[in-house]
Design a protein around this ligand. Structure first.
Ligand SMILES: [Zn+2]
Ligand SMILES: [Zn+2]
Length: 351
C-alpha cells in the first residue's frame, strides 16, 4: 500500500484507509445495536433459586420475628428499668423519712406513737415489695431480649448453612451459563471470522479493499471484544490453549508467506533481464531504488558508485546508456533525463 510514489495517490490511499476505519466503526456500531436488541437469552441467577424456598422462608420469618421480639423486649426493658429506679428512690426516700422520724421519737419517747411505728414499717415493707417486683420485671425483659437474640442467631446460622449450599449450586449453574453464553457468541462471531479470513486471503488487494479491510477490522473487534472476554476460563487452561492455537496459526501463515516470497524471488531472479524488468512495477522499482536496494532482489547496492551498472547479487541491469545521447541513466527510467528520449523507443529500435 505504501508503494505509491505519486503525492496525490499517497493521500488518496490514506483517505481510503480512513474509509476502512470509518466503515469498520459503523459496522461495529451496527453489530452492537443488533446484539443489544436481541432478546436476553439468560436471566441473572439468584441464590434463592437454588434453595429449598419453603425452608428458607420459614427461617427468614423466624429471624424477623425474633428480631422484632428482641426490639419489643428492649423497649419494655427500658420502661421496666425506669419503674425500678422510681421504686428504688421511693423506697430510699421513705426509709430516710422513717429513720429521721425514729430518731425524733427516741428523743421525745412518746408511747402514743407505737401504732404509727407499725403503720410506717408496713408501708416500708410495701415499698420494698414494689421495688422487688420492678426488679423482677426488669429481669424478665432482659431474659426475653436474650432469648430472642439467641434464637435469632441460631436461626441465622441455619440460614447461612442453607445459603452456602445454595451458593455452591449456583456457582455450578453459573459455569454452565457462561459456557452457553460463549457458545451463543461464538455462533454469532464465527461466521464473521470465517468471512474475514476468506476476504483477507482472496480480496485484500481488490479494487474495493477499503471495505474489505473495514470488514476485517470489524471481525477482529468482534473477536477480541465480543468473544474473547466470554471465553470460559476453566482455571486459565482454555485461554492459554486458544492463545497457543492462534499464535501457531499466525506463525504458520507468516512462515509460509516468507517461503512463498523466497520461492517467487528465486524464480524471478532466474528469468531473463528484460522480462524481470517488465514484471517490476515502475513505482515499486523507484521505491526500492530510493532505499538503496536492488529493485530485483531487494539486497543493498551502492547506487552512487558510477562503475556499478549491474546488481552484483542478481545481475539485473541498474544503469544503462541512452540510445540517443549515450548519457548514463537509470535502467528503470522511462525517459532519458538528458535528452528526453523514451527508453521504450530505444528498446524498440534495438529490437
Ligand atoms: Zn539484485
Ligand atoms: Zn538521452
Amino acid at each position: 500500500m505504501s508503494k505509491a510514489l505519486r503525492l496525490s495517490e499517497k493521500w488518496f490511499r490514506r483517505g481510503l484507509w480512513l474509509v476502512a476505519v470509518v466503515f469498520a466503526s459503523f459496522l461495529i456500531g451496527l453489530g452492537g445495536t443488533i446484539v443489544g436488541d436481541l432478546p436476553k437469552v439468560e436471566r441473572p441467577l439468584q441464590v434463592d433459586d437454588f434453595l429449598d424456598k419453603a425452608q428458607a422462608r420459614a427461617l427468614r420469618d423466624t429471624i424477623r420475628a425474633q428480631r422484632d421480639a428482641e426490639q419489643d423486649a428492649q423497649t419494655a426493658l427500658e420502661q421496666a428499668q425506669l419503674q425500678h429506679r422510681k421504686a428504688l428512690s421511693d423506697n430510699q426516700a421513705e426509709r430516710e423519712t422513717f429513720n429521721n422520724w425514729l430518731a425524733t421519737r427516741r428523743v421525745t419517747e412518746r408511747a402514743d406513737h407505737d401504732p404509727e411505728v407499725l403503720e410506717r414499717t408496713r408501708k416500708l415493707d410495701l415499698l420494698k415489695q414494689a421495688e422487688r417486683q420492678a426488679l423482677r420485671a426488669v429481669e424478665a425483659q432482659q431474659q426475653a431480649a436474650l432469648d430472642a437474640r439467641q434464637t435469632a442467631a441460631a436461626t441465622q446460622r441455619q440460614l447461612s448453612d442453607l445459603e452456602s449450599q445454595g451458593y455452591a449450586r449456583m456457582q455450578a449453574e453459573r459455569r454452565k451459563v457462561e459456557l452457553r453464553v460463549f457458545l451463543y457468541r461464538l455462533a454469532l462471531t464465527l461466521p464473521l471470522l470465517v468471512a474475514a479470513g476468506w476476504l483477507f486471503a482472496k480480496k485484500r488487494h481488490s479494487t474495493y479493499w477499503p471495505f474489505v479491510w473495514g470488514f476485517i477490522f470489524f471481525a477482529l473487534f468482534a473477536f477480541f471484544v465480543e468473544l474473547v472476554p466470554y471465553l470460559p476460563s476453566y482455571g486459565g487452561y482454555v485461554r492459554y490453549v486458544v492463545g497457543i492455537g492462534i499464535t501457531v496459526l499466525v506463525g504458520r501463515y507468516a512462515i509460509l508467506a516468507l517461503n512463498r516470497y523466497l520461492e517467487r524471488q528465486k524464480l524471478a531472479e532466474a528469468m531473463p533481464d528484460a522480462q524481470r524488468r517488465e514484471e517490476l512495477s515502475y513505482d515499486v522499482a523507484l521505491a526500492r531504488l530510493a532505499k538503496n536496494v536492488c529493485p530485483g532482489c531487494e539486497r543493498p547496492v551502492d547506487l552512487k558508485n558510477e562503475t556499478i551498472d549491474f546488481c552484483p547479487h542478481c545481475g539485473i541491469g541498474l544503469f544503462d546508456r541512452c540510445g540517443q545521447c549515450t548519457t548514463r541513466k537509470s535502467a528503470f527510467a522511462h525517459f532519458c533525463h538528458a535528452c528526453g528520449t523514451s527508453a521504450k523507443l530505444r528498446l524498440a529500435s534495438e529490437a
